[in-house]
Design a protein around this ligand. Structure first.
Ligand code: AKB
Length: 316
């Protein structure tokens, strides 16, 4: 059977680029984008689009049946910083959407599910350096609680009902095409825009806060590679650790100064500092590398070069 894919939350930071990449692989008409509201011009013109609330199981099912969907990527989520402000809303969106999609897979309406977890599923008691695939997981944020619970639901639906659900624990994802919203790692995107526009950036994390990060291109490739891997290679049905780069605000600022020598950064930590302090600094992703051949391409230097080159092109 040819794959027909539904993306829930297609207009978010990862969903936007994932949609374009999947359309280029599977064909525009075979990738149905959806979100709670319409997306930008490219999203709306490059293939089918449906308005769907990701917590509405019946609404999802209608679209699955309309297009004969066999794979769902559930990208809708409330991220760490926003979920701390709206804990029950965050829990409801993150959990209800996942359980709706897992139930649809259990009921055999779809064959394969992708659901993103996050490094936020680790907490202050997890090892911070080379955080292993399996270790203590006691998250201190609502977002993290929803992610660790979601991971166990994925594993449960796989073991009990044979649902083919696959997942990655994303680090902070850095992009220049679509802005993130409501995350603790968002500073590492905003810094590039402010560096070019204003020549200065006020960072809501302190200068030596090291966090695992990844360029969008690597995150998209990993996601699709995991979904295309043979099922017998997927040994982890909670969620795979994934890593590429780890850096501090000071280190990314120094890298940007190679292109914008007058760029300055000031540090004004807010409530997001405590969230960042509860997360790993460097993640061990050897299971993903061994099981399905994950390899990252971008380091801090090559990512910075690519982002600044592209943003300068947009400006001119
Ligand atoms: C966030 O900062 O909340 C997200 C994440 C690490 O999952 N980018």
């Amino acid at each position: 059977m040819n794959d027909t894919i539904l993306i829930l939350g297609a207009c978010g930071q990862i969903g936007t680029e994932l949609t374009q990449k999947l359309r280029s692989i599977y064909g525009n008409d075979n990738v149905i984008a959806s979100d709670i509201r319409e997306g930008g011009a490219e999203m709306m013109s490059s293939g089918p689009f449906e308005i769907i609330d990701a917590t509405d199981k019946e609404g999802i099912l209608n679209v699955i049946q309309k297009y004969k969907i066999n794979q769902v990527y559930l990208m809708a989520a409330m991220l760490s910083a926003t979920a701390e402000k709206y804990p029950l809303k965050g829990w409801n969106l993150n959990m209800t959407s996942l359980l709706a999609v897992l139930e649809l897979a259990k009921e055999k309406y779809i064959e394969k599910v992708y659901w993103p977890s996050s490094m936020a599923s680790f907490g202050p008691t997890s090892p911070k350096i080379n955080t292993p695939q399996q270790t203590v997981m006691e998250p201190s944020t609502v977002y993290g609680i929803s992610k660790v619970a979601g991971e166990h639901w994925c594993n449960y639906y796989h073991d009990k009902y044979g649902v083919d659900v696959r997942s990655i624990r994303y680090p902070g994802i850095i992009s220049w095409k679509t802005l993130p919203g409501g995350g603790t790692t968002d500073y590492a995107v905003d810094i590039y825009f402010d560096a070019l526009k204003k020549g200065t950036f006020e960072c809501f994390l302190s200068e030596n806060t090291r966090l695992p990060m990844m360029y969008m291109d690597d995150a998209i490739n990993a996601t699709i590679q995991l979904m295309q891997a043979d099922a017998d290679k997927i040994k982890t049905r909670t969620s795979y650790n994934l890593a590429a780069i780890s850096f501090t605000p000071k280190e990314i600022a120094t890298e940007i100064q190679k292109y914008i020598p007058d760029f300055t950064i000031a540090y004004n930590p807010d409530f997001r500092q405590a969230i960042a302090d509860s997360w790993p600094q460097i993640i061990d992703d050897s299971h993903a590398r061994k099981d399905w051949g994950w390899q990252h391409q971008f380091d801090l230097a090559s990512m910075t070069k690519d982002i600044i080159t592209n943003l300068k092109k947009l400006e001119s």
